[in-house]
Design a protein around this ligand. Structure first.
Ligand SMILES: Nc1nc2c(ncn2[C@@H]2O[C@H](COP(=O)(O)OP(=O)(O)OP(=O)(O)O)[C@@H](O)[C@H]2O)c(=O)[nH]1
Ligand SMILES: [Mg+2]
Length: 380
């Protein structure tokens, strides 16, 4: 059996009718408001949104999808969104969460979209699908229990739930605190169970996802290469910086030494007849005669060296340090040490980025007909 490599994250894709509560459910799972959500008769989420987070020790990568598009949005734009959704959840989602507002009806339109999805993605997509019912709070207010509710749903909806192997979770997205955590934990353990049940093929994949993964992997490698190149350049700069700093310390030490020496020389007799330097072993009359020019020469030499260190060497060192600082700043600009896959996903999130456009074109090039499977669900 094929074994799909994975990095331990759970990849979740939220699907469902507009207003069903996809973004609210995404926020509930993340434990914070990351996806835009509000009451509206038109679609709130306009583009595929992506968030990476960690919940109860589990890394999650969540894609929120638009429930529908305005009639003014062109088909090409919609195709691009489908492609972005695929790229963001590549190499494939562990779970497609079908979000359903418990107070709504399972419409024919909805049923057809799911059918279209399954027709294109294959029956096995059901192995990776679960249903989250939202508005559990409203249901409770209507004094209906979850089990009673399910026993009363239409036959077609029951068929759908049965195809999803009755993997169902109830969400009250108005909850907060520990109650909110409990329902998220329940969902995550359902996902974990599902992943285990799916065995070696823990996430859904197909031709589209394989292509999306190829493009993502390529970008990931480019990012990694760029990171390594920049890291190398930075470490060369760090070594240069260390050398220059050592040189600066040496010069500073030499300056202090010269200044100390000059003080010493200054305290020595300045003219013939002055007292003889204490340390001198020479006879007094020879010392005063021969030492004076030599002393002057020494003092002169030391002053010249001191001037050179101050005016030339240290200025040069300062210039080099400034240059390295600028180079480091330039290198660090736009350079993030993040996980290359997350960085590639962030680029896809930015719809105008060149990679986002390239990845969409690459996936669409496989054939627009292949994308129509997911398209129906984004047009609900
Ligand atoms: N009372 C209650 N309201 C909810 C619940 N879940 C979602 N809502 C509300 O339903 C409305 C729509 O929710 P969204 O999460 O924006 O729905 P969506 O599916 O993302 O909508 P689109 O982005 O338009 O596709 C918002 O006003 C939410 O506050 C819930 O469990 N209980
Ligand atoms: Mg939304």
């Amino acid at each position: 059996m094929e074994t799909l490599q994975d990095n331990g994250e759970f990849r979740l894709v939220l699907l469902g009718k507009t207003g069903s509560g996809k973004s609210s459910t995404g926020n509930m799972i993340c434990g914070q408001d990351v996806f835009g959500s509000r009451v509206s008769e038109s679609s709130v989420t306009k583009t595929c949104q992506y968030v990476e987070t960690s919940r109860f020790g589990q890394t999650l990568s969540i894609v929120d999808t638009p429930g529908s598009f305005d009639t003014t949005v062109s088909n090409d734009v919609i195709m691009t969104e489908v492609a972005r959704c695929l790229a963001l959840s590549a190499p494939g989602p562990h779970v497609f969460i079908y979000v359903f507002n418990a107070l709504s009806r399972f419409t024919k339109e909805e049923e057809d979209s799911i059918k279209q999805f399954v027709d294109h993605f294959g029956e096995r997509v059901f192995d990776y699908m679960m249903v989250v019912f939202t508005r559990h709070d409203d249901l409770v207010r209507c004094t209906t229990s979850a089990s009673k509710y399910i026993s009363n749903v239409s036959t077609n909806f029951k068929t759908f739930l049965s195809n999803c192997k009755w993997r169902v979770c109830w969400f009250d997205n108005t909850l907060s605190g520990s109650n909110a955590g409990t329902q998220v934990r329940a969902l995550l353990s359902e996902v974990e169970k599902m992943i285990k049940e799916n065995g070696n093929i823990s996430y859904f994949t197909n031709t589209l996802y394989t292509e999306a993964e190829k493009l993502m992997k390529k970008r990931e490698e480019e990012i990694m290469l760029d990171q390594r190149k920049k890291e190398n350049e930075l470490s060369v700069l760090r070594i240069r910086e260390e050398h220059i700093e050592k040189d600066r310390k040496l010069k500073a030490w030499r300056m202090r030494d010269i200044e100390r020496r000059l003080l010493e020389l200054d305290s020595q007799p300045k003219a013939a007849g002055d007292c003889v330097p204490r340390k001198s072993k020479l006879p007094s009359n020879r010392t005063s005669l021969s030492q004076r020019p030599s002393l002057e020469r020494q003092v002169d030499f030391l002053h010249k060296e001191l001037k050179k260190i101050k005016m030339t060497d240290l200025t040069l060192i300062e210039k080099q340090q400034e240059e390295i600082k600028k180079l480091k700043e330039r290198l660090s600009k736009g350079y993030h040490r993040g996980n290359p896959r997350s960085m590639a996903r962030k680029e896809v999130s930015k719809r105008n980025s060149s990679f986002s456009q390239m990845v969409s074109r690459g996936i669409i090039a496989l054939g627009k007909h292949l994308l129509t499977g997911l398209l129906g669900l984004l047009l609900l």
